[in-house]
Ligand binder design. Sequence first.
Ligand SMILES: Cc1cc2nc3c(=O)[nH]c(=O)nc-3n(C[C@H](O)[C@H](O)[C@H](O)COP(=O)(O)OP(=O)(O)OC[C@H]3O[C@@H](n4cnc5c(N)ncnc54)[C@H](O)[C@@H]3O)c2cc1C
Ligand code: FES
Length: 244
Amino acid sequence: MTSKMPLLQITASRRIAKDVYETVLTGDTGAITRPGQFVQIRIPGFYLRRPISVCDVAGDKLIIIYKILGKGTAALAKLPVGESVELLSGLGNGFMVDDVYEKPLIVGGGVGTPPLFGLAKKIIEKGFTPDVVLGFASKDDVFYEEEFRTLGLDVYVTTNDGSYGTQGFVTDKMKDLDYDYVFTCGPMPMLKAVHGVSTDGQFSFEERMGCGFGACMCCTCESKYGPKRICKDGPILFREEIVW
Ligand SMILES: Cc1cc2nc3c(=O)[nH]c(=O)nc-3n(C[C@H](O)[C@H](O)[C@H](O)COP(=O)(O)OP(=O)(O)OC[C@H]3O[C@@H](n4cnc5c(N)ncnc54)[C@H](O)[C@@H]3O)c2cc1C
Ligand code: FES
């Protein structure tokens, strides 16, 4: 196991959409080397750590964004500023940000959006200007549209019910855009749909996990090149190796 287990302090936390929180953790972020990696947070009172993607890192500040889905994330959202949490850090392979494309497109769905923010900054550093498509269920669920725009990117929001942005799915908006490579993260049906309309790219999977560092095999999925542990060999897979 190459990851570290530092103790980070919650230095800010705010609600940014319906049941969605942005939390800033301060401490040793040294194990995080690529966008798209994740941390496993030990929430007091829970045996299993909860995996949450790295949204952004700047020096000793780590930003995570999470939706309250069950008891663990509800308890995390209630932790006060000043509290410290132990986490396994720098997990997973992360996105490869190489110059293998001319016009990259970022596609996020719901709480699959956070890791794509740090990714967008890295792609920009490489000299590219990706368009961004973000899909949410409804207006109350939308977050980080402005944050992506602040990076100087064109951002298109879709909502399933049409209460904000364009009505429909991210794939409906993708039809209008020019791109030759997709970076995406979101729920499985969305990933599958994006896979169907794209030709090349990297897909981040947020499978249910146990250990989070490759030991228990409970996150194993099939790929074109044999079984892969999503926590260790992923969470990012190249489009061409994905088997549904
Ligand atoms: C690599 C990775 C990165 C992730 N990044 C983020 C992130 O940045 N932000 C975020 O909000 N969530 C993220 N998740 C999902 C997050 O880990 C779960 O939502 C969280 O563990 C739920 O914990 P809980 O105790 O609140 O809910 P639980 O009581 O464990 O579960 C409540 C409900 O949520 C469902 N659920 C639990 N885990 C998942 C999952 N992985 N995918 C889909 N449904 C799930 C359960 O089936 C159940 O219906 C990520 C997951 C993985 C594997
Ligand atoms: S969660 Fe244990 S091997 Fe992936």
